[in-house]
Ligand binder design. Structure first.
Ligand SMILES: [Fe+2]
Ligand SMILES: [Fe+2]
Length: 287
């Protein structure tokens, strides 16, 4: 086990000797396929079908409350699912389901995984609902951007469990934000680790930015729109009792609403809609 004195850098999290969850070849192929303009929806459906477990997960997501308003009845055919949600969104859903399964279990008891994923799913749902209510484009990715915003924390729990536990305890004791405590104790925070991981997996820049900036002070220079919505959704999710993933909870501020270009009057409706979908989407992703 590493000691605090040894000095550990963000790059060490990605050292080649560390067995980082490998990005599945099918997702790399999917990325390549989607980068070609000639690719059809059928090509995408056919590729996803080559991985039955992935195909089943994607179909369950498309049939989940995430897309309740769009699907007329239950979809059992992948081609129809791709037609309904679009090829880009299928890719992000497939990626999200991989990311969740990559960190399904965690050694030790550093963190309550059920609480962690509930917070992540809820943040994703809130981001998607806020996006829809506020007419922000990029809705599908807003869910995934919210879902993966704290993924760096899992990397830290997995690689540096003792430091992670120390950071969480210190954040709760001092009532200082977890990211600040992590920078102080470890030298980098879970937002930086998450952004590095998502970049390492070659995921779209808005997802990287959402993880990177979700604890950024809104008084500081502006962050990209998706990141501003996820920052707000994270703070809203945190402010619900017992909903924070770990550490001292954030609070949604007027500045965060402003930065996301959203009206704070949407809060009640957004929370109600996210509450309504939480269980269904959680069951599909984590069940
Ligand atoms: Fe966080
Ligand atoms: Fe969070």
């Amino acid at each position: 086990m590493l000691s605090l004195e040894e000095g550990y850098t963000l790059e060490d999290l990605f050292h080649e000797t560390v067995d980082l969850p490998a990005f599945p070849p099918v997702l790399t192929q999917l990325q390549q396929l989607l980068s070609r303009p000639s690719t059809t929806m059928e090509d995408v459906a056919r590729l996803v079908e080559t991985e039955p477990a992935l195909a089943a997960r994607v179909l369950r997501l498309v049939n989940s409350p995430l897309y309740r308003s769009r699907a007329g009845g239950e979809l059992t055919d992948l081609y129809r699912a791709v037609t309904l949600v679009g090829t880009g969104e299928i890719q992000t859903l497939a990626t999200a389901s991989f990311a969740v399964s990559a960190f399904a279990t965690m050694p030790g008891n550093v963190v309550d995984m059920q609480r962690f994923w509930r917070h992540s799913v809820y943040t994703g749902l809130l981001a998607a609902v806020l996006g829809r209510l506020g007419w922000v484009s990029f809705q599908g990715n807003l869910f995934v951007a919210g879902l993966l915003h704290d993924i760096g924390a899992l990397l830290i729990y997995q690689r540096l469990p003792e430091w992670a536990a120390q950071c969480i305890a210190e954040s709760e004791r001092s009532e200082l934000p977890l990211d600040a405590v992590e920078r102080d104790i470890i030298g980098f925070d879970h937002a930086m680790a998450g952004a590095a991981l998502l970049r390492h997996w070659d995921l779209p820049q808005p997802l990287v930015a959402a993880a990177e900036h979700h604890h950024r002070d809104p008084a500081q220079p502006p962050v990209p729109p998706v990141a501003a919505v996820v920052r707000l959704a994270n703070a809203m999710a945190d402010s619900l009792s017992d909903a924070a993933a770990a550490g001292y909870p954030a609070a949604a501020t007027a500045r965060m609403w402003e930065a996301a270009c959203l009206d704070s009057g949407l809060a009640t409706e957004a929370l109600a809609q996210a509450d309504d979908r939480l269980e269904g989407v959680e069951t599909v992703l984590l069940g």
